[in-house]
Design a protein around this ligand. Structure first.
Ligand code: ZN
Length: 476
């Protein structure tokens, strides 16, 4: 068995075998490992630290927009799941059910939550009486389970971590405003923290959340040109409030059903970061969410003063708010360079006897592999500026790639050609399900989101008048 720390040369080619590249990178960088139950993943400390950083950024914004965190039970009575017809139909195949506990068969089977609309709706019905109780703005950080046949770490696993926001409003307008507000929060976090450009928009009936009136999603382009649904925000109308009896007496004294929303992002975002920014050497992490933003590698560390200087520098950078580590292991500098590059650390700092003499340090950035010098005296400012620059560059690079790979198609053949070349394809759609299915069958591409502007004239599948311009792509 190969030692765990052997690396780099064993990463599959990113251009010719992207799926294997992905698997190699997530395992070798110790982000995850496979769990003993098929389809489960163990999120290891380095992967979990990324999740904590994403969580922190999101949670801050949820609170700034008036939401509170709460926690609801993992187990949901089966009868709850069946109350909203479309919802149960959508989730039934993926739901894991507990039938036995305490050594006996349960009177009512219990679902392990695949999502929590039903149990949260039940509690909201109990808590909400009057218009004064509205809006209710809650979020839950938790795990959910959706039994999957084919799984990949972070992208599709039977159990994953996420947040689910659940809100109730007095009017349709307020609920729609909430739906769009949270979509924009997701978009902003993707852009400014994950350096991940996304397309946002409404989803088709076929692709929407089971039980929603309308689903809005954000889609990101991965290295191979496939799309990753990176987050969704659902306007649920009164579907769940009617199924769960979420009613309130309004100012006019009338008893009315509330309007609800739900919205979520998950550990899938980590997969998105990997597949947006990674390169042949491994991970490339955006500084805002990187567990380690800068690593100090001592050069000729046995020479007097070097390690001491490195330790002092580490202290100064940490003091300045940089997540910094010092690699003082006895591996060679070259080995360390490879290791930390593979782990995607945005900035490497090299410090040796000659640098110390000159009062300098060497900075190497992970995104472009460029090196630069900075004065040791101003190390804090130099590192902070470089981290900002890496963050910016990663976003601009990904954005330029996505924009250059959105093409238009008038026919199914053009659409197929477009997705075969790793593009998102903008095309017209008449709105009929048969045409959406035809695109799927012909090009293995699905409708990701409605385009912001309706530019197409004809449906790509049937040639009739287009009702929506849609972004089609192959998707994870
Ligand atoms: Zn059509």
């Amino acid at each position: 068995m190969a030692k765990e720390n052997e690396f780099v040369s064993q990463i599959a080619d990113i251009e010719t075998d992207f799926p294997q590249w992905y698997t190699d990178v997530v395992l070798k960088t110790k982000l995850v490992d496979y769990g003993p139950v098929r389809g489960t993943m163990v999120i290891r400390p380095y992967g979990y630290a990324i999740w904590e950083n994403i969580q922190r950024e999101l949670d801050k914004r949820f609170k700034e927009t008036g939401h509170e965190n709460a926690y609801f039970p993992l187990l949901i009575p089966m009868s709850f799941m069946t109350k909203e017809a479309e919802h149960v139909e959508g989730f039934a195949p993926e739901v894991a059910v507990v039938t036995h506990a305490g050594g006996e068969k349960l009177a009512e089977p219990l679902c392990i939550r695949p999502t929590s609309e039903t149990i949260i709706g039940t509690m909201y019905a109990k808590w909400i009486q009057s218009y004064r109780d509205l809006p209710v703005l809650m979020n839950q950080w938790c795990n959910v389970m959706r039994w999957e046949k084919t799984t990949r770490p972070f992208l599709r696993t039977s159990e994953f971590l996420w947040q689910e926001g659940h809100t109730v409003h007095a009017t349709e307008e307020e609920a729609m405003e909430e739906t769009m507000k949270m979509l924009s929060v997701y978009e902003e976090v993707a852009r400014t923290c994950l350096a991940m450009p996304v397309l946002t928009g409404r989803k088709t009936e076929k692709e929407k959340f089971a039980g929603a009136v309308a689903t809005y999603g954000m889609e990101a382009m991965m290295h191979d040109g496939k799309s990753l649904q990176a987050g969704t925000s659902h306007y649920l109308g009164q579907n769940f409030s009617k199924a769960f009896n979420i009613q309130f007496s309004d100012k006019d004294g009338a008893l009315k059903y509330g309007y609800t929303t739900s919205w979520g992002v998950s550990t899938r975002l980590i997969g998105g970061i990997i597949m947006t920014h990674g390169d042949q050497r491994g991970l490339v992490l955006p500084p805002v969410i990187a567990p380690v933003q800068a690593v100090i590698v001592p050069i000729a560390s046995k020479k007097p003063g070097v390690l001491e200087a490195c330790r002092a520098l580490k202290g100064r950078l940490a003091e300045a708010g940089v997540r910094v580590t010092l690699d003082d292991s006895d591996n060679s500098p070259g080995w360390k360079f490879n290791e930390w590059e593979m782990k995607g650390v945005p900035v490497r700092i090299e410090l040796g006897p000659r640098d110390l003499e000159a009062g300098k340090l060497l900075l190497a950035r992970r995104d472009t592999h460029e090196k630069s010098e900075a004065s040791l005296e101003c190390a804090e400012a130099a590192v902070a500026a470089l981290l900002d620059d890496v963050q910016q560059n990663l976003y601009l690079r990904a954005k330029a790639r996505m924009e250059s790979r959105i093409v238009s198609a008038e026919t199914l053949d053009e659409l197929l050609d477009g997705v075969n070349q790793g593009n998102f394809v903008r095309a017209g759609w008449c709105g009929c399900r048969a045409c959406e299915d035809k695109v799927k069958e012909f090009a293995q591409a699905t409708a990701r989101v409605f385009a912001k502007e309706d530019t197409a004239e004809r449906c790509v599948a049937c040639g009739k008048k287009s009702a929506h311009t849609v972004i089609f792509a192959r998707a994870y």
